[in-house]
Design a binder for this molecule. Structure first.
Ligand code: AG3
Length: 292
């Protein structure tokens, strides 16, 4: 018997993978959690029916969420990851020798436990002595932090349920206060094909708190539309002004010196989307239709 898993990425589009077994499936109290074995992508973490990460393509998202900011900051020592219970983002953070402490603030302890058990290649770094795992609300963790972090990485699920607060202007203002001088944040900001309103809102929200705000792209096969965006907010340093020679060679599979700069080169429709976020909310529709 063949078993297939489908995520409906929109009401009219789905991604479907042939599966060979289910390793864990439960309701955690926060969400429905499953880790399944797929033929094409290896093991896959699914939360509330949405693909979060897979063994085969996780490197794209995790490397791109981390290395752009950590190579833009001249000396990142304390880093916090909000969400990211699978540990992939922490693994990439620890590739930077300047990092002394990496904090994981994940609301759902069952995600961390399940990934430790079934996704060791992703979660393994969580046992590193530089890592502090805090099971609790990331919004509250950031609200209570004052000039504590050099980099804040927001490795959230879609903006539903527990993650809604991680996409608000108030949260970005709190992130700014949680950062030390020269600090940088990056948030995963979804698909420029399927989540245009969210991209406009997060652009505007991050710009309201950060003098340098830049969107960049990466290709993630298992995420909706395959084209994914990240938005970087920085108090001082501009990722495009980094000296290329200062970007060290690292053990990565997607990120490299050229991708660091190239990821900010936006296709015209994405550029227009970002520019349209300047307009007041009521004008957004016409601004994007008219080409900004
Ligand atoms: N967080 C972003 C996943 C969003 C995917 N959306 C979807 N499948 N509809 C990934 C967390 C990985 N550490």
């Amino acid at each position: 018997m063949e078993l297939w898993f489908t995520e409906l990425q929109t009401p009219a589009v789905g991604i479907t993978c042939k599966t060979s077994r289910t390793l864990i499936e439960e309701h955690t109290g926060y969400q429905h959690l499953a880790i399944i074995e797929t033929e094409q992508f290896g093991r896959m973490l699914v939360l509330d029916g949405m693909v979060q990460t897979t063994e085969r393509d996780e490197f794209v998202y995790h490397e791109m969420l981390v290395h752009v900011a950590l190579n833009t900051h001249p000396n990142p020592r304390r880093v916090v990851v909000i969400g990211g219970g699978d540990g992939g983002t922490i693994r990439e953070v620890l590739k930077h020798p300047s990092v002394e402490e990496a904090v994981l603030a994940e609301i759902d302890g069952r995600v961390v436990e399940a990934c430790r058990q079934f996704l060791p290649s992703i979660s393994g770094a969580l046992s590193d002595p530089r890592v502090t795992v805090k099971i609790g609300d990331g919004v509250q963790h950031i609200r209570e932090a004052r000039e504590e972090y050099d980099v804040v990485l927001i490795d959230s699920t879609e903006p539903v349920g527990a993650a809604v607060g991680l996409f608000s202007p108030e949260f970005y203002a709190d992130v700014r206060k949680a950062l030390r001088p020269g600090g940088i944040m990056v948030a995963q900001t979804e698909s420029p094909f399927f989540n245009q309103d969210l991209i406009r809102r997060t652009q505007a929200g991050i710009r309201a708190s950060f003098p340098v705000t830049r969107l960049y792209l990466a290709s993630v096969p298992t995420y909706p539309s395959g084209l994914w965006s990240f938005t970087l907010g920085s108090l001082t340093h501009d990722p495009l002004q980094v000296d290329p020679a200062a970007i060290k060679d690292m053990p990565t599979k997607y990120y490299n010196r050229d991708v660091h700069f190239g990821a900010f080169q936006l296709p015209t429709f994405v550029r227009q989307l970002v520019e349209s976020a300047d307009a007041p909310a009521s004008l957004n529709g016409s601004a994007s239709a008219g080409g900004a």
